[in-house]
Design a protein around this ligand. Structure first.
Ligand SMILES: [Zn+2]
Length: 275
């Protein structure tokens, strides 16, 4: 190391010694400032962030800490927890005893990701036979990029067991069907990105206003009406209604949500019938 080798943190100005990190734009973070980035994103940040992104991230963290104590999960799927009243979610890291209290568990607002695409995908593994039915494990991943930072996450949110009989998915002992469960997660996530989109949010308490077809299709994740049938639409509606039923969901908006789902359903049903 040369005579002028001491580097100073671009954030706090302290000498950057152990655990320092360099961002894409060359900015240096001291160990303390680097550790404020949750482990899940640190590698990604190093390769992709500029100092501006770091500051935006801290803003997400600040909002996250503000609501941490108030978060009450209305829906949980594996490590994914959603609070519909707050419009926030978090994903628990894959380690023992991880909890929402942990500093590195970031809470995200659906308002921040509402314009970003997400995908739910999975890989299957370890299959076996049980009582004549085939069963296999299925790891579910939720991938998306967070706005305003291009913070890419693709955590594993669940490992579910899928039961099949002659190639068809069948319910488990409790009556759950893996594909229905996944549809619910997908729909609920989609729903939140729409419900908390600032463009739509103003109408959340006015569920009786007829929904525009494009919004309704977004909500039901329908790209084209040509592929949609009344039966498929009804299945999706039922899955949504089930997750928003007051028995399943303690959100203060559950009734408004249910009305809004039916409202969207009617809009799409009419459009399909008119084709
Ligand atoms: Zn620093």
């Amino acid at each position: 190391m040369g005579l002028f080798g001491t580097e100073y943190c671009s954030i706090c100005g302290q000498p950057a010694k152990g655990g320092k990190m360099r961002l894409k734009d060359g900015a240096v973070l001291c160990g303390d400032c680097a550790r404020r980035i949750s482990k899940a994103y640190r590698d990604y940040a190093e390769d992709n962030w500029e100092i501006e992104d770091y500051n935006k991230y801290l803003e997400i963290k600040r909002k996250s800490d503000e609501v941490r104590g108030r978060f009450k999960a209305t829906h949980s799927f594996g490590s994914l927890n959603i609070d519909m009243s707050l419009g926030m979610f978090y994903i628990l890291p894959d380690r023992k005893n991880a909890s929402i209290e942990d500093e590195d568990v970031d809470l995200f607002s659906f308002r921040d990701i509402c314009t970003h695409e997400f995908t739910l995908n999975g890989t299957s593994h370890s299959s076996g036979l049980l009582g004549g039915n085939e069963q296999y494990g299925y790891d579910v991943f939720l991938s998306f990029a967070l706005s305003p930072i291009d913070l890419v996450m693709s955590p594993k949110i669940d490992n579910i067991t899928v039961y099949t009989k002659k190639g068809e998915i069948v319910p488990d002992k409790k009556g759950y069907r893996a594909d229905e469960e996944l549809t619910s997660v997908e729909l609920i996530f989609q729903w939140c990105t729409i419900a908390f989109n600032p463009e739509y949010e103003g109408t959340i308490n006015k569920p009786d206003i007829p929904m525009e077809l494009t919004s309704a299709m977004d909500l039901f994740m329908i790209d084209s009406l040509d592929k949609e049938t009344a039966e498929k639409l009804k299945l999706k509606r039922n899955a949504l209604i089930k997750v928003f039923h007051p028995d399943e969901n303690n959100s203060e908006y559950s009734e408004a949500y249910a009305q809004k789902i039916n409202n969207a359903y009617d809009t799409i049903k009419k459009a399909i019938a008119a084709l």
